[in-house]
Design a protein around this ligand. Structure first.
Ligand code: GDP
Ligand code: IMO
Ligand code: MG
Length: 428
């Protein structure tokens, strides 16, 4: 039975939550493997809308076990409030498993995220301010606090003191802020320990056993390929690996276990925060995409920057993730345009370039080379099969597939679970 990775092929917000939820009913485990509550995944079930940040989208499917893997950074206050919010709405969250090796986002990590951004001024990244980067930095610097540390007060105290020794110097001497008291942080963290304890597990062991027993496991990425710390538009990225390899390190599962890697791809492009974006629109088309597509951040409420589809990026996502399939989302948003431009290559310093340039300078100078495809005006939200789509919508999908380097196996025509055209099953 398959192990699938489902990840963002662009700059996030491609519709991963909806795609994961759609498959949730047919899989045994859904695993978040990186990121934290910087993610905002919207899932629409019937007339109910859920915004998930830290919890895997599989939590809404009763038969599915949701798992937060070791590669995720966990804000315990957010975890508990998200769980209680779902419980109040009648969602059973008791099956959740949380890796004891996952790192905790502490209050001082959140402070450092915010003051660093302020200090950067106009060079800021536009982070979500959730403490993501500083928590991963502590992990790599080996001064991080892990979920398991909540259950040894002496170790927890030593680690918090060690982490704050340096941070308080920075906060007071460089950033002009008050020092943070280690004792207060330890007390706050210990306050979460008992409430979280029932979820803590050796998730690597559980997942590998599940795969040995032929269970279906879905790894759900946060963010997207172009926000990857190694493969994204550095430094305008997040601090983890949303790309496919991140599923292995972030869940403790070997690459030989993964059968399918599905890239979620919006039929146009959006981005939140700072950084280069070659097909970004500053005219009424960009405004219309934002309005019709409801392109406003689920986590920070910021307007998303909008632009036309970029096939160079899609091809790059196929390459760095080894994509086997695409799930094309939000095709319905493009209904009504007479002509739809698609970026097929870049022009950089007068030369046509077909592949994403590795150089940041070149990417900043990349100008989109557009081909224009004919649009359609018919409502497509009720389409159930590919042949239900108007001819021009079919041609748009086929053109994108040809340019992007992997088959488009599903198409989203609306936010709801059932507003999806399935072309090839992901689970065969
Ligand atoms: P994620 O972060 O990748 O899970 O994506 P977000 O939830 O942040 O943003 C995607 C938005 O598009 C959400 O509001 C979804 O409900 C919505 N959505 C997902 N797929 C479709 C689709 O095919 N059509 C339309 N119109 N909306 C969709
Ligand atoms: P989902 O999972 C879109 C962006 C931020 C910022 C950069 C770094 O909903 O697709 P961070 O707080 O991670 O250090 O911010 O990454 N970013 C996202 N953009 N969707 C997301 O998640 C994002 N998570 C982080 O806007 O530019
Ligand atoms: Mg999102």
């Amino acid at each position: 039975m398959p192990a699938l990775v489902l990840l963002g092929a662009q700059w996030g917000d491609e519709g991963k939550g909806k795609a994961t939820d759609l498959l949730g009913g047919s899989v045994d485990y859904v695993v978040r493997y990186q990121g934290g509550n910087n993610a905002g995944h919207t899932v629409v079930v019937g007339d109910q809308k859920y915004a998930l940040h830290l919890l895997p989208s599989g939590i809404l499917s009763p038969g599915c076990t949701p798992v937060i893997g070791n590669g995720v950074v966990v804000d315990p206050a957010v975890l508990l409030s998200e769980l209680s919010g779902l419980n109040e709405r009648g969602v059973d969250t008791s099956k959740l498993l949380l890796s004891g090796n996952a790192h905790l986002i502490t209050p001082y990590n959140i402070t450092v995220d915010k003051v660093t951004e302020r200090f950067l001024g106009k060079r800021k990244i536009g982070t979500t301010g959730r403490g993501i980067g500083p928590t991963y930095a502590d992990k790599i610097n080996r001064v991080g606090i892990r979920v398991q540390d909540l259950y040894d007060e002496s170790i927890l105290t030593q680690k918090v003191e060690a982490a704050l020794d340096v941070k308080n110097q920075l906060l007071t001497k460089l950033y002009n802020r008050r020092a943070i008291e280690a004792g207060q942080v330890v007390e706050e963290l210990l306050g979460y320990a008992e409430q979280i304890k029932g979820y803590v597990a050796d998730t690597t062991l559980v997942l590998n056993k599940a795969l040995d027993d032929d269970k279906v496991v879905l790894f759900e990425g946060g963010q997207g390929t172009l926000l990857d710390i190694d493969h994204g538009t550095y430094p305008f990225v997040t601090s983890s690996n949303p790309t496919a390899g991140g599923a292995c390190t972030g869940a403790g599962v070997g690459p030989t276990k993964i059968n399918r890697v599905i890239g979620i791809l919006k039929a146009y492009t959006t981005r939140v925060g700072a950084g280069p974006f070659p097909t970004e629109l500053f005219d009424e088309d960009g405004e219309a995409l934002r309005r019709i597509g409801g392109e406003r951040g689920v986590t920070t409420g910021r307007d998303r920057r909008c632009g036309w589809f970029d096939a160079v990026i899609a091809r790059y996502a196929t390459r760095v993730n080894g994509l086997t399939d695409f799930f094309l989302t939000k095709l319905d948003v493009l209904t009504g345009w007479e002509q739809i431009p698609v970026c097929v290559a870049y022009e950089i310093d007068g030369k046509r370039v077909e592949e994403l340039p590795y150089s940041q300078t070149d990417f900043h100078h990349a100008k989109p080379v557009y081909e224009t495809l004919p649009g359609w005006s018919e409502d497509i939200t009720k389409a159930k099969s590919f042949s239900d789509l108007p001819k021009n919508a079919q041609a748009y999908v086929k053109a994108l597939e040809e340019m992007s380097g992997a088959p488009i196996s599903a198409i989203g025509v609306g936010p709801g679970r059932d507003e999806t055209i399935e072309i090839n099953s992901f689970l065969s």
